[in-house]
Write a protein that binds this ligand. Structure first.
Ligand SMILES: *Cc1c(COP(=O)(O)O)cnc(C)c1O
Length: 476
């Protein structure tokens, strides 16, 4: 094998002989870019190559090797069978410009998913076009703008609690609104009085995340919805935490008018590193005319087509019809779990979070009273001493073989550590994780330098994140 590779590589090398007159399709390669020495192709065996890539993959932190308690992002186990189905050639070889007659099955899947999402959320119609949660927010806000334009009301403001994800304000601003920040109560709940004080005839909508980013359910949601509707404003649901209430409660029943779902968080798609995603937007009936085009319509059983004629639609928000493989994975996930299975997803997510919370709250202050939904936020400020900060705890966790939780979010909790164990982790994993976290808390006392200088066991040590962001090295 090695001999063969050697021969091949020397053939390659001679093919790349040095010639200053190389021309590719009549383009002359500048002299300074022409290779001056022979190409050094590595000569390695298949075994070596295999080991090289396997070892490279081990340097990564991923859900397939470690516990990944990244709060708000919902890094749950995504069944491999979903990946397998999304990879079937019958799906991957489709082209969005194909004749509709030849893609009826895919349209049916999309149509069915829209219907299922309506049932799960209590909304009346869904659009699957959006490529992420943030994209869903922008779409939703453009719909809200168009709705008020259609009833000739000038409403320019969006109220967003200070515990919200940064994308909420960014999307509202991007859609042309002015953002009014609503100060949350200690546990992230809304204060009805404070909300009353800032509601006026200029407010188009209030965006809420339920359960909120501290993992607490908004108990007064019905009163809040009534207040907002009395004011003539709309209520937007950020669905990033929908995995806490599946099959148990519906945003539509709580009074929300419009929402997005992060399919990649709640309904199975590996999404580390920022993609891929899908952020379907759901609306109550009165907002349906404004949804992006095209809309899938059912002509009769197993027969579907697109409707581009929706005069009040905000238009298109993405090329073609959405991120189809993610839509497909969500469909398979939901269909394979069924109604009871989905309910269990939420029940176990909440149970696991509360189990972990119970193991930690005696030692570390938490931002909720005694119970949480699918995630919780630790507020370790009072036990941080000897110069140790939350970031050091996160780095030290890497040494013990864990992916770090979300830190410094939500911003209303100082030194926040946000933990979301998800429904798919075992009691043993949660026990080990909580023991490790408590061990690190002890280390803050007895060996602070170790915590501050961690990690020791990772491929790269501490990075200077400011330099990395300001002066990124993009080639080597
Ligand atoms: C993740 C998240 C978003 C944004 O969703 P993306 O799919 O990452 O664009 C918005 N709000 C909350 C609460 C989130 O956790």
């Amino acid at each position: 094998m090695r001999k063969l590779l050697n021969e091949l590589s020397s053939d390659c090398a001679s093919a790349y002989h040095i010639n200053s007159d190389i021309k590719i399709d009549n383009i002359t390669v500048p002299e300074n870019l022409i290779r001056k020495s022979k190409l050094q192709l590595p000569t390695i065996s298949e075994n070596e190559l295999f080991r090289y890539f396997t070892n490279l993959s081990r340097k990564n932190y991923a859900l397939s090797t470690v516990f990944y308690p990244l709060g708000s992002c919902t890094m749950k186990y995504n069944p491999l069978v979903n990946e397998y189905i999304a990879k079937l050639e019958k799906f991957t070889m489709l082209h969005p410009l194909q004749d509709l007659i030849t893609v009826q099955g895919s349209l049916e899947i999309m149509y069915n998913l829209e219907e299922i999402l309506c049932k799960i959320s209590g909304m009346d119609a869904f659009s699957l076009q959006q490529a992420a949660g943030a994209h869903g927010e922008i779409t939703g806000l453009l719909i809200i703008a168009k709705y008020f334009a259609s009833i000739k009301q000038k409403r320019t403001k969006i109220i967003i609690p200070d515990s919200a994800h940064g994308t909420n304000s960014a999307s509202a601003t991007y859609a042309g609104f002015e953002v009014i920040s609503l100060k949350s109560e200690k546990n992230g709940n809304i204060s009805l009085q404070k909300l009353k004080n800032i509601l006026n005839s200029e407010v188009a909508a209030v965006m809420l995340t339920v359960p909120n980013t501290l993992g607490i359910f908004e108990k007064k949601i019905l009163e809040i919805a009534e207040l907002i509707h009395e004011n003539g404003s709309l209520l937007y649901y950020d669905g990033a935490n929908l995995n806490a209430i599946l099959g148990v409660a519906k945003p539509g029943d709580m009074g929300f008018d419009i929402m997005h779902i992060n399919l990649h968080k709640t309904f199975s798609t590996p999404h580390g590193g920022g993609g891929p995603g899908s952020g379907p937007v759901g609306v109550k009936k009165f907002l349906e005319p404004f949804l992006p085009i095209p809309r899938i319509i059912k002509i009769k059983k197993h027969e579907f087509c697109f409707n581009y004629f929706k005069p009040n639609s905000i238009g298109k928000v993405k090329a073609f019809f959405g991120n189809f493989p993610v839509i497909l994975k969500a469909y398979v996930y939901i269909r394979s779990l069924g109604k009871e299975g989905l309910k269990n997803v939420s029940k176990y997510a909440v149970l696991n979070a509360n189990y972990l919370l119970a193991k930690l709250k005696h030692k570390i202050k938490v931002s909720c009273e005694d119970k949480c939904m699918h995630e919780f936020v630790l507020a370790p400020k009072v036990i941080l001493k000897n110069g140790v900060k939350t970031i050091d705890i996160a780095k030290r966790l890497l040494d013990y073989g864990y992916y770090a939780p979300t830190i410094y979010f939500p911003t209303i909790v100082e030194e926040a550590i946000m933990i979301e164990p998800t429904e798919t982790e075992s009691k043993q994993t949660l026990d080990e994780f909580s023991e490790t976290l408590l061990k690190i808390i002890d280390e803050i006392e007895c060996n602070p330098e170790k915590v501050k200088n961690s990690p020791f066991n990772t491929e790269v040590k501490r990075l200077n994140e400011v330099v990395a962001a300001r002066k990124p090295i993009l080639k080597w």
